[in-house]
Design a protein around this ligand. Structure first.
Ligand SMILES: [Zn+2]
Length: 142
């Protein structure tokens, strides 16, 4: 219980994202930091309802964290002893799912300049995707 309280301290945190001239606020996913589109039951509902005194074990509000759809589905109905362990599991799943993107090598500006414009755009797109995946894996560290 104490461990869950410690993990859940930062949930009210709101991040900002600057796109062009606009600054947008969003609630980050508790597992990867992308904008959360819903909530995730850290302790799966299917597991909680098996406990006869579930209301005494954890207050309902402590079960939910903001989460993106991908992380929510990756967690599935597995039970973890802390939010950090569930996050570590989800990071493993992200690493596995995006292993090809994570293997994209670094390209210098000079190397990219030698490519055709279409191929250079393709490489830059891959490098941006790789950076997004790395930032998800580093979360909550920046
Ligand atoms: Zn996520």
């Amino acid at each position: 219980m104490a461990r869950y309280k410690r993990d859940f301290k930062w949930f009210a945190a709101v991040s900002t994202l600057t796109i062009g001239c606009g600054v947008y606020e969003y609630t980050p996913c508790a597992y990867c930091g992308l904008p959360a589109w819903g909530t995730d039951h850290v302790i799966p509902k299917t597991f909680c309802y098996k406990l006869s005194d579930v209301e005494n074990v954890l207050p309902h509000r402590l079960w939910l964290v903001p989460a993106c759809l991908e992380c929510n589905s990756m967690g599935g109905d597995k039970v973890f002893t802390s939010l950090a362990r569930k996050r570590a599991f989800i990071h493993q799943c992200i690493r596995r799912r995006y292993k090809k993107i994570l293997r994209i090598p670094e390209w210098t500006k000079e190397e990219r300049d030698e490519l055709s414009p279409e191929l250079a755009r393709y490489v830059v797109h891959g490098l941006r995707l790789r950076e997004i995946v790395y930032s998800r894996l580093r979360y909550p560290k920046r």
